[in-house]
Design a protein around this ligand. Structure first.
Ligand code: RIB
Length: 338
């Protein structure tokens, strides 16, 4: 691959002048600029990002760590982050931790070695060694979605507890009194907060929670499908709150395989409002959390932190969730039985 010295030799211009043309760090005459550009084109020269970053003391790169890149929630979050970074001249390196703490630690090290200017992290969990690896980071960082105890960084997330409360309140208002919850991974603050919101709504309504009506899921459609199989026997609930949309979609499949009508015999509500919700059948009622806007907000906070214009105090932005009403929830069938 051609180097900047090859460009200088072919153009008959000094290395320093070529560098000034490339980095626009000093005005040069039009004939000189044209000579350099002709040599670049002839040699198909590509400037070295490493050399440029050493000079500018910036790689203009953001590292993004997500637990599962095939989950549309994280894909839509990444889109919001990438849009904001691209508008500000930064590119994004997306790393998929694959719900694996070891992989998250490895990717964190890779991103730091690449001298990214900032990090956006949605952690796979809150194990001590994961928190320690993040707490020691000195690169500007924003945590999204999942709060991490002991990690000093700005935080952007939806109000998980309130979202689960609203979902459960919605089912209660439809007359459901036997409601199940298929929750996210127990090692995440998200799952703990969503279960708390589910329980608070039941408690405030004076509605009991039967044994076996809370199952730990894994935020995947297969996990929701398998958990629903445990619930949809003869003694089934009349409503299920799935702590994310992918699991809610798995529940819809499990109900359809058992010829259980949704919402006639079973109401199902999810969480996230990913883009496919309106296109499953029946369309999934869910808890909206403006995923792309949340990503844009996280990126904006990080970029301010990088350029030093942010407030010294750490910021927590907690977005208010809202119910997105579609077709998968309806009145409890118990209201019509004798
Ligand atoms: O769907 C993935 C889930 O993990 C979302 O609900 C999001 O809140 C993240 O925690």
């Amino acid at each position: 691959m051609a180097t900047i010295k090859d460009v200088a030799a072919l153009a008959g211009i000094s290395y320093t002048t070529v560098s000034h043309v490339l980095n626009k760090t000093r005005p040069v005459s039009e004939p000189v600029r044209l000579k350099v550009e002709a040599a670049i084109a002839e040699l198909d020269y590509v400037p070295s990002a490493v050399a440029r970053s050493l000079k500018a003391r910036s790689t203009a790169t953001i590292g993004l760590l997500v637990p599962n890149s095939v989950n549309p929630y994280f894909a839509e979050l990444a889109r919001g982050i990438e849009d904001a970074c691209e508008r500000n001249g930064y590119c994004v390196i997306l790393c998929n931790s694959d719900d694996n703490p070891q992989k998250q630690r490895s990717y964190l090290r890779v991103l730091l070695e690449k001298r990214v200017d900032g990090l956006v992290v949605a952690s796979v969990g809150e194990e001590r060694d994961l928190l320690d690896s993040l707490a020691s980071v000195r690169t500007p960082m924003v945590i999204v979605d999942r709060a991490l105890d002991g990690v000093d960084a700005d935080l952007v997330r939806v109000d998980h507890e309130q979202g689960a409360y609203l979902a459960t309140r919605h089912l209660l208002d439809l007359g459901h009194v036997d409601i199940a919850c298929i929750n996210g991974p127990a090692n995440t603050s998200v799952a703990k907060l969503r279960l708390a919101g589910f329980r608070r709504a039941l408690r405030e309504a004076g509605v009991g929670l039967r044994d076996g009506r809370v199952l730990d899921g894994d935020f995947t459609s297969l996990g929701g499908y398998e958990a629903a199989a445990q619930l949809l026997g003869r003694d089934r609930p009349t409503a299920i709150f799935a702590a994310n949309d992918l699991m809610g979609i798995g529940v819809l499949r499990a109900a359809a395989e058992r010829s259980i009508s949704v919402p006639g015999e079973l109401s199902v509500i999810g969480f996230d409002d990913i883009q496919m919700c309106p296109y499953v059948y029946p369309a999934l009622t869910t808890v909206g959390q403006s995923i792309r806007e949340l990503g844009e907000m996280a990126a904006a906070l990080l970029l301010r932190r990088i350029v030093g214009s942010g407030s010294a105090a750490l910021e927590q932005r907690i977005i208010a969730p809202k119910i997105v009403l579609r077709e998968s929830t309806g009145p409890s069938p118990d209201l019509f039985s004798g």
